[in-house]
Design a protein around this ligand. Structure first.
Ligand code: GLA
Length: 382
């Protein structure tokens, strides 16, 4: 049994006096190789699961109340069914209570959460929490939920209870991602394909700037609204177009505002990059994938304007280091992590140079992590 799973069992026993009849579910965080801000435009994405996960241990409560405990925050809540816990949207409890609302268990539950996905770093700790909670609830209900449906429930919880109008990428990859594979997802058809990564020549290195900007308070929802506005303009003369996925380069000119032109130019070019990246992964063409990383960063910085000077510095500096094929900001933006594609064995040296240069410039030390084999979502019973 993986250590974290055992640790969750032990923590539960300490918290409630025993760990009898618990289920332990896990769901990983993710990185995104390429395809940012495309999922909510029905576009293409190519994420991959992390070797870090959120673990949820749960069972039916013996005293008629819900009890939740976060081992990471060392805090808990108790509340009666039918009430709503008094927490702000996006608080860890809101995701769990939201999942319970959507997938009611047969009675109130005791639920402990712990994990090692860095929180708020753009590595989808919240999607992992939703998926791990969902898997635990499935087990307590005795009714499996198809992976896509569980991902859609998680997305709804994010919209309703955390205030983030996110797309579907994070939840699908957390629930359905496979070790040693990237997941090529078409957010229009909602079909996905597991693309094997022959990684003997390469490593993926994540560097966390430790700049935390909550997605809901950042400009994430604003970007979504801009995409919607651009779509409405285009639909005024092309009613058949239902999302930016179906927009081509010729539509860019139809938009009067240059900001909207740039936003859709990013979406169009990023979708093309995802296709090219898939082929690069299939052929283990790391130089090509590295170039795609660089172009994606440039487009997110210039056209979509979701980067920040610290991420620009980290990506640009990494690309000067020997053995780096490419680097880019990743996820919602405005802080968080870069993903770096590095020649096998060079990861530690690149991590050391980038973190030292960043610390020198910004007086804060980033945290680097070479990604190991991904942890697939799942559940185990006593
Ligand atoms: C966040 C959202 C995702 C996606 C990315 C940007 O992670 O949760 O749905 O939009 O940002 O690609």
């Amino acid at each position: 049994m993986p250590d974290m799973e055992q640790a969750a069992r032990e923590a539960f026993a300490q918290w409630r006096g025993s760990a009898d009849s618990i289920v332990v579910a896990r769901a990983p965080g993710r990185v995104n190789l390429v395809g940012d801000h495309t999922d909510y435009n029905d576009g293409l994405v190519l994420p991959m699961i992390l070797d870090r996960a959120v673990y949820v241990a749960a069972r039916i409560s013996s005293d008629g109340s819900h009890h939740f405990w976060s081992e990471n925050y060392r805090e808990g809540v108790t509340y009666s069914p039918g009430q709503w816990p008094k927490v702000r949207p996006g608080h860890w409890v809101s995701y769990i209570a939201g999942m319970i609302q959507e997938l009611p268990p047969p009675g109130p539950i005791e639920l402990l959460v712990m994990g090692n996905v860095p929180l708020g770093a753009g590595l989808s700790s919240s999607a992992a929490l939703e998926m791990a909670t969902g898997l635990a609830l499935e087990a307590l209900r005795g009714k499996p939920v198809p992976p896509l449906e569980l991902a859609q429930i998680g997305q709804r919880v994010e919209h309703r209870y955390a205030g983030v109008k996110c797309g579907i990428m994070d939840q699908i990859v957390s629930r359905a991602g496979r070790t040693g594979h990237a997941l090529f997802l078409d957010c229009h058809s909602l079909n996905w394909e597991h693309i094997p990564i022959q990684s003997k020549d390469t490593q993926f290195l994540v560097i966390d700037s430790r700049i935390r900007r909550q997605l809901a308070t950042s400009k994430y929802n604003e970007r979504r609204a801009e995409c919607q506005k651009a779509l409405e303009y285009i639909r005024a003369s092309n009613v058949a177009i239902t999302s930016l996925r179906h927009v081509g380069d010729h539509h860019v000119k139809e938009l009067k505002e240059s900001i909207l032109q740039r936003r859709i130019r990013h979406v169009i070019s990023e979708n093309k990059r995802v296709k090219a990246a898939c082929s690069a992964v299939i052929h283990s063409d790391w130089s090509r994938l590295g170039r795609i990383f660089s172009l994606s960063h440039e487009s997110l910085r210039e056209d979509y304007e979701v980067s920040c000077k610290e991420m620009d510095f980290m990506a640009a500096y990494a690309e000067l280091c020997p053995g780096v094929f490419g680097a880019r900001m990743m996820g919602g933006g405005f802080g968080g992590c870069t993903i770096n594609l590095v020649r096998a064995g060079e990861g530690p040296a690149v991590a050391a140079s980038v973190t030292a240069a960043y610390e020198d410039k910004y007086k804060q030390k980033p945290v680097a992590h070479i990604i190991g084999p991904g942890i697939e979502a799942g559940c185990s019973y006593d």
